[in-house]
Design a protein around this ligand. Sequence first.
Ligand SMILES: [Zn+2]
Length: 341
Amino acid sequence: MRKILYIIGLTTFVFSCTSQKNVKKKSYSPPKPVTQPKTVVKTGVSEKPKPQVTNEHGVEFFTTNIGDVTKNDNTASYGSIVSAKPIGYKVVKTYFPAIAQNFRQKYLILHYTALLDDKSITVLTEQNVSSHYLVNNTGDNEIYQLVDENKRAYHAGISSWRNDKNLNDTSIGVEIVNSGYTTDAMGNRVFASFSDEQIRKVAALAKDIITRYQIPPTNVLGHADIAPTRKQDPGPMFPWKRLYEQYQIGMWYDEEMKKSFYDLASIDFTTKYYEPSFIFNIQTQLQKFGYGVDPSGKWDDATKKTIEAFQYHFRPQNFSGIMDAETWAILQALNLKYATK
Ligand SMILES: [Zn+2]
């Protein structure tokens, strides 16, 4: 009986699908372009003025922000409009723009190439790694674009920051020509410096990208920040402090805040150093700030490398990978200023 009912049901379903199809077929005609905005404006769901589209050199842009800035910090939509051009139809962009949208570009990641100019270009354009931009070291006024900003470049690899992973999906990657580091007789890394021209180029480029995509300071990072166990770049010679102070790019701590934490730390910092609860707390603090480190309660290799990456960025004078009072105080000051609540 159940089987019979099932067959009847199935037949009805097939029949209704077929008849719907037939009806649709009969009355089908290509939709005509609508010339007036309909429901959204008329029903009063949204009284926002219609966005206008401008065309510059064959590329279309919205002239107003159609995103909802009250919902998150990356909702501006002035970016170029890439849309389908189906043959025989017109895609209209101004009738029903949704406010629930933001840019895919949430991060700006800086790198050094560890190679010289020519070799950098060859590797980044002909092999399976790439970046959106390459800042050369030739003292001219050119910056090379290698990948469209709307496309993924292969620069971050396995990576994470806060709740995000695989940052190739959501970032713009900038490679800076720099030879990286050599190792001295003591086994210490000796990093090459960046030229002043390069830093000014990087700053201008970063400012432009950050402004257009409204990338928050917490998402302007080095490769080592998002892949600390694998990477060192852009290394301790990269002047993050200068970028923050001179161009308001990225994060930096308040000196006074750091000093007050430092005074607090110097009291019994060394006695606590090997206590698992202290180590766990440090790891949690690093994680809270954004680093992808697992709180194990041990000074393991991943934690050491994460501290080293942190020092490259925020305490470049000494990148021992050891959590000393100075590094601890800087981490506390940064978390107070930037950590998510
Ligand atoms: Zn890199």
